[in-house]
Design a binder for this molecule. Structure first.
Ligand SMILES: [Zn+2]
Length: 338
């Protein structure tokens, strides 16, 4: 078995805790992993299967700002990683870190560069950890790899899950679509002139504030960096709640301002026209060269909006893992349960 995979497996919390309790158990695990080596194709299949069995769990879960600050402090979350900053400088701002990709089930070179980086108060360039660390095999960045893996984990808890992603032309959608026994639907917002459910060149149009799906259609809804571009996020959460089955789950990411109690509304729709309350900001959009306008900078009051939309539970999960290439001050994934 690949040595890096062994290392990754040995770093798993379960294996680690076994080792901590009883050193001899860890020695047995190591011997077992060694004994699996050298069996060619069977080994590759085994590697895939082990990959599907590997789990990633949050380092902590927070339901409000105070819990987040406490968790972040305890976990030592930081975007300043001096060792990697130094290596990146020495490599001229572009390098690959070998890490275990939970989506490829192997150690792959992950691209770290200074795209979308920012300058810290001491003048250092800080990599955009969330959007970089792009796996050379699956092409997914730090955030995308995590979400894809979490979808797999959630899908495994259900028989023949129905999954809806608020995206369809992305590597995450392509990856999730290949999950065994899952019925996977996706859509993009293509423009106000289209009807919900209409297909344009093989791509389904949906407005997430007014989905065309029937009530209780899905077990799992996945929303990656979409909701900050929605004029009325409350309507989107209500729609998610409506089309979810009881016991269903939403996994959502978006830029979240952990220091902000109240959401900042940057823009709103008035009589069909966009009114800017703050200087407009745009993010990349896979189906439009114009990008997507940011309507809100979300703060902690968003969790109340989620709960009022029909979710019994809404919390922010924070993920960090050096072994799996999830570096930086934690990736935030919101999990909503109906
Ligand atoms: Zn990968």
């Amino acid at each position: 078995m690949n040595k890096d995979l062994q290392q990754a497996v040995l770093r798993l919390p379960l294996v680690r805790s076994v080792a901590a309790r009883r050193a001899s158990a860890a020695v047995r695990v190591r011997a077992l992993l060694r004994s699996l080596g050298g069996a060619g194709r069977r080994l590759a299949r085994l590697q895939r299967d082990i990959g599907a069995l590997l789990r990633i769990d949050p380092v902590f879960v927070a339901g409000d700002a105070a819990a987040f600050q406490q968790g972040a402090q305890r976990a030592g979350l930081t975007n300043r990683l001096p060792q990697h900053e130094k290596a990146l400088r020495e490599h001229g701002g572009r390098m690959h870190l070998p890490r275990f990709c939970l989506c490829c089930n192997e150690t792959t070179p992950m691209l770290l560069d200074l795209e979308s980086s920012w300058e810290d108060s001491d003048g250092s360039r800080i990599p955009n950890w969330r959007e970089r660390l792009v796996c050379s095999h699956c092409g997914m960045n730090n955030r995308q790899r995590l979400v894809a893996k979490l979808v797999q984990q959630a899908a495994r808890e259900r028989a023949a899950p129905r999954i809806y992603l608020m995206e369809q032309v992305t590597p995450i959608f392509q990856w999730v679509r290949q999950l065994p026994d899952a019925d996977v639907q996706g859509s993009e917002y293509l423009g106000y002139q289209y009807r919900g459910g209409e297909a344009v060149g093989g791509v389904r149009h949906e407005d997430v504030m007014a989905l065309s799906y029937a009530d209780a259609s899905f077990d799992l809804i996945v929303s990656n960096d979409v909701l900050e571009h929605i004029p009325d996020p409350a309507a989107a959460f209500q729609e998610c709640s409506r089309v979810l089955r009881p016991g269903g789950v939403v996994l959502a990411t978006f830029p979240f301002h952990t220091d902000r109690e109240g959401t900042l509304v940057r823009a709103k729709l008035a009589n069909g026209a966009v009114e800017h309350l703050h200087p407009p900001q745009y993010h990349g959009n896979p189906v439009s060269a114009d990008g997507s306008l940011v309507f809100q900078d979300f703060g902690w009051d968003l969790l109340d909006v989620m709960r009022q939309a029909g979710f019994s539970d809404a919390a922010c999960e924070v993920y960090v893992s050096d072994a799996f290439g999830h570096l930086g001050a934690g990736l935030l994934v919101f999990r909503l349960r109906k």
